[in-house]
Design a protein around this ligand. Structure first.
Ligand SMILES: N[C@H](CCC[C@H](N)C(=O)O)C(=O)O
Length: 322
């Protein structure tokens, strides 16, 4: 390692992983040059970087993409940066997707962020943090049972702010609009949780989705890069199991082409419940099943905020030479 090389400590934290194994303790050193990766246990994971004194990310988007590589890196859906707070917040969060793009927000990631702060920073007793993000102030709180509950703020429904070029269909929102993809006319409801989401429960020619039958790697990119989404989009495909139980799969913006379909998407699960309520398919409080595990989502009527509750487990500690 050249004397000028820097070392950044990373912690891989996994989300929505049932029965996580005990974290690998000890330090793993991964030159970014692409050597066989360290043993990984995370299934759907976010690497979280330190130290917290830097007001800019510690690695470039290109280096973050290498870190996300499941063969020659740590293996993650994204890299999250813990930085000093601004605008009165305790901390600032930034994230790079596995393709190096920078989204406004990450729901699963903010649970990992809270776990990182609570455990690595050893903040005894502090379990609620205000975090400045591209989606505004987000507030995670670690519950007594270890689950992380996050106030994800208000959903954004105006097409211009999502953004989408699809026209409003219901009270200035884009609800069950028609979108032609791969020869089918899909019905889509668009929601932003700071980042754009296109939620569909089916198409004219596919009234009830069986989400496990979908070939996401084929259809996902067609939605992600559709001309109706100038900033691309995350896309959620949803099955209604009951009025309080939904099942979804997601093709994530900025992740699909590098890691394939991710196993969980926190902002996506929030967008799904908002869309289901707008379409009259579900109550405001639902369990959302994702391949990586369930999340509890509530879109509260009194403050119009969406609340997400789910797990976040530390799976290993490491440092990266770059
Ligand atoms: N791919 C997303 C960012 C990560 C969101 C997802 N991992 C979550 O848990 O919310 C985007 O580009 O908007």
């Amino acid at each position: 390692m050249s004397p000028a090389a820097a070392t950044t400590t990373f912690v891989a934290i996994s989300i929505a992983v049932p029965n996580p194994t005990a974290p690998s303790r000890g330090r793993v050193r991964l030159p970014l040059g692409g050597v066989p990766a360290a043993p990984r246990r995370a299934v759907a994971s976010m690497a979280v970087s330190a130290p917290r004194d830097s007001s800019v990310p510690k690695v470039t988007p290109e280096e973050a993409a290498k870190l996300c590589d499941r063969n020659f890196g740590i293996g993650a859906d994204g890299v999250i940066f813990v930085m000093p707070g601004v605008n009165g917040a305790d901390y600032t969060m930034r994230i790079f997707n596995s393709d190096g793009s920078e989204p406004e927000m990450c729901g699963n990631g903010v649970r990992c962020f809270a776990r990182f702060i609570a455990e690595i920073e050893n903040l005894q007793g502090t379990n609620r943090f205000t975090i400045h993000t591209g989606a505004g102030k987000i507030v995670p709180e670690i519950q007594s049972d270890g689950q992380v509950k996050v106030d994800m703020g208000e959903p954004i429904l105006s097409g211009l702010d999502i953004p989408t070029k699809l026209l409003a269909t219901k009270n200035k929102a884009v609800v069950q609009a028609e979108l032609a993809v791969e020869g089918l006319t899909w019905h889509v409801t668009c929601v932003s949780m700071g980042n754009p989401h296109c939620v569909t429960f089916g198409a004219n020619e596919l009234k009830v989705l069986q989400v496990d039958d979908l070939k996401l790697s084929e259809i996902g990119p067609k939605f992600e890069h559709h001309e109706m989404f100038p900033a691309r989009t995350n896309t959620e495909f949803v099955q209604v199991l009951s009025r309080s139980h939904l099942k979804m799969r997601v093709w994530e913006r900025g992740a699909g082409l590098t890691v394939g379909a991710t196993l969980a998407c926190g902002t996506g699960a929030c967008a799904v419940v908002v869309a289901a309520v707008l379409e009259g398919r579900a109550e405001r409080k639902c369990v959302v099943d994702l391949p990586g595990g369930p999340l509890e989502i509530e879109w509260r009527e009194d403050d119009n905020h969406v609340y997400m509750t789910g797990p976040a487990e530390v799976v290993f500690y490491g440092s990266v030479v770059h």
